[in-house]
Design a protein around this ligand. Sequence first.
Ligand code: TRP
Length: 448
Amino acid sequence: MTESDRSSFGSRFGVIVAMVGSAVGLGNIWRFPYMVGENGGAAFILIYLAFSFLISLPVFCAEFVIGRRGRSNAVGAFRKLAPGSKWYLGGFLSIIAVFLILSFYSVVGGWGIKYLVDSVALKFSAGAAGTDFGASFAAFSTGKVAPLVYMLIFVLVTAAVVVLGVQKGIERFSKWMMPLLFVLILVLVVRSAFLPGAGAGYSYLFRPDFSKITSETLIAALGQSFFSMSLGMGAIIIYGSYVKRSDNILNHSLITVSLDTVFALLAACAIMPAVFSFGVQPNQGPGLVFVTLPYIFTNMPLGSLVAVFFFISLLLAAVSSAISLVEVMVSFLIEECRCSRKLAVGISIATQAIFGTLCSLSLMPDSPLKVGGLTLFDLFDKISSDYVLTIGALLIVLFVGWKIKKANFMDEMTSGGTIRIPKWIALVIFWIIKVVAPLAILTILIFS
Ligand code: TRP
């Protein structure tokens, strides 16, 4: 495929919207708050922030460079940039990551649809105050049929967007949801701030207790950062491959990483004060946000209306992230296995539905779908971020640092010398990619 055959983003703004669309999703609004709650609060957040800018940002640039130079999916890009070597095998790791992530992601996306339906049915209006939302979430999410139906709807919606193709689908779609979601989260942050007992939530979020840090905390923070920024499995390789040569990689990377971080922090500021105010357990895991949000909605003016718009925009964010995952699998099937786009999407729907079903059913009480005491849902959620993405990111930085070489890296970062970025910044990023990031990731992997 020549460069001109390859579909590309229509505008620079479109690129940024699509990248931010991929990054901002359930990872920020569902996963980040519950990881903060499971890992003891402020200390986790500080480590997360440090990792995001010191490690994830360089990894983002590295993935971007591979994609734009390789102009291909993860496997193809490695093959093109290192012909005759075994590096391309690393690309297959990305397919494993897609399987694992899409299966639980679709289940949680389904939960979002169910909560949207409930909002429309006015189940979170002021009259519903007093409902035990923890119990109702547990009853729903451990059910046998309803979560599967909602999961399937999520899968089909995502697939429909992917079938429309790169520009029409991804770009147009993502343009409108970001600002709306941002504003709604701000509204929730403000509402949460005035709840009785909110102060306990803030000290949990901002007063670090470093005695709570273990090697588990480190890998959880690193994995969460990669997950939230869509790193470690070739999603940014694919998006990078659609980007024009004249675009500024550092600029796009910095914007995406920063906005993603802002969304995650705001989500935590919306949720945690309410968690403490309503006596929800912060460390209860994946249900945290779904249990807490209804309490906020039922206790605010126009709560039902805010809930409806919140879940619509959350779902749009989730779909714009899921399409980047599906796109990894689809472009692999199209370019490496010569499938048609429709067939590729069909295969992706089928695997998503099957593994999503297994994940969802594993949450049922007495489900046999458990490994070592963990449900399949928790297992996939944990190993995908903590291990598959971190190993993927390790391969990516090693590849750029040691195989692509500095001159080529600098050439990409400056678009062949046409973009002026301070040279020392590009050099610092390169040395982080080559030495610091691999050592840090390896150390954290080994100690966990
Ligand atoms: N970053 C997305 C989120 O926060 C999830 C996601 C989309 C992702 N594409 C990815 C995670 C690629 C890892 C790799 O919801």
